[in-house]
Design a protein around this ligand. Structure first.
Ligand code: NAD
Length: 324
């Protein structure tokens, strides 16, 4: 059996090597897109993290039976083509819920308490020049609006409530009107009533540029905007324009439209924008869990089992797929 790893976000693949060692699985690591197109030709399985698994890649995998995402979001694989080709796509949707909700909360706390600009002033010898109070508000009783009330959104709500925040949420795909003291409201109500707005939806055609000019205009003065989900959710050109008017208090981003932005990215000139490089998922524990569970799920599919977290159930109707 041959598997290809297109890319990974940790220092080495010792865990993968150990997992497959006793299973007669040949592991191949691609060193870029061309190498991936070459190595996938006779591979049975694919492990992928951030690489774009587009139609070309999938069609090059002449024997490919399974593609396992190292992660939650599956916006970087062409699911329609995978299904058509009989390739089973799976993910691990629950391995980093604590880490990502911590990350969103850390950004909220850092922006609200002005941690980064104040620390910078102190190190510049300007201890007495820090203007206290101008845009710092009490977090208790402030309103946190969560867009997308799934695993991460709900975990963030739980943590935020412990800090005394009032939490509201928007999610058109859930039935509850109220969940654990969180009122589920309309999109407009959440956007316009939140002191802090945090995005926790997948990137789809429907959610692309979910936050653009119109939505930014509806946000409260001095609001905070957090995105630890996917860069495409925010129209960055609109955000940049909006930041110029100074109405927004701060923005926390773990993801950007360009996933390798240059230092000249227009958003980087604003002091009140903090950015981390798509690290919200990471901890030693979450990464280890992700690696092991991804290997296991891929191996299960290659051995005829329906994966626990199947993304494209329609694939089971494909004549070449025979899983139980
Ligand atoms: P989830 O599937 O549990 O929850 C997503 C929620 O969004 C669902 O309840 C769904 O109904 C809702 N939703 C879908 N479309 C919507 C829309 N148009 N408007 C409002 N709600 C909508 O997923 P999750 O585990 O909470 O993860 C959310 C996202 O976080 C993932 O899709 C992924 O892109 C991102 N993520 C980022 C990192 C990171 O390291 N930065 C790590 C993991 C996940």
């Amino acid at each position: 059996m041959k598997i290809v790893i297109s890319d990974y976000a940790w220092p080495n693949i010792d865990i993968e090597k150990e997992y497959f060692m006793s299973k007669s699985v040949d592991i191949n690591i691609a060193t870029g897109k061309d190498d991936l197109l070459n190595k996938i030709e006779d591979a049975d399985g694919l492990l992928f993290c951030f690489e774009d698994i587009n139609e070309d890649v999938l069609r090059s995998g002449k024997k490919l039976k399974a593609a396992q995402r190292y992660g939650i979001g599956v916006d970087n694989i062409n699911i329609k083509v995978a299904t058509e080709l009989g390739i089973v796509v799976s993910n691990i949707p629950d391995y980093c819920i604590n880490e990502v909700s911590d990350h969103a909360l850390s950004m909220i706390l850092a922006i609200n308490r002005m941690i980064i600009p104040d620390s910078k002033m102190v190190k510049l010898g300007k201890w007495n020049d820090v203007k206290k109070g101008s845009r710092v508000y009490r977090l208790k009783d402030a309103t946190l609006g969560i867009i997308g009330f799934g695993r991460i959104g709900r975990r963030l709500a739980f943590k935020a409530k412990a800090l005394g925040l009032n939490v509201i949420a928007y999610d058109p795909y859930i039935n509850e009107k109220i969940y654990d003291d969180v009122n589920i409201l309309s999109f407009d109500e959440v956007i316009s009533n939140s002191d802090i707005l945090s995005l926790h939806v997948p990137l789809t055609e429907e959610t692309n540029h979910l936050i653009s000019n119109k939505e930014l205009e509806k946000m409260k003065k001095d609001a905070i905007l957090i995105n630890v989900s996917r860069g495409g959710l925010i129209d960055e050109a609109a955000l940049s324009k909006y930041l110029d008017n100074g109405k927004i208090r701060g923005v926390g981003l773990d993801v950007m439209e360009d996933d390798n932005p240059s230092p000249s990215n227009p958003l980087f000139k604003y002091e009140n924008v903090i950015v981390t490089p798509h690290t919200a998922f990471f901890s030693q524990e979450s990464s280890q869990e992700l690696q092991i569970r991804s290997c296991k799920q891929l191996y299960d599919v290659l051995n005829g089992k329906i994966p626990e977290f199947l993304i494209n159930p329609d694939v089971l109707d494909h004549s070449d797929v025979n899983l139980i």
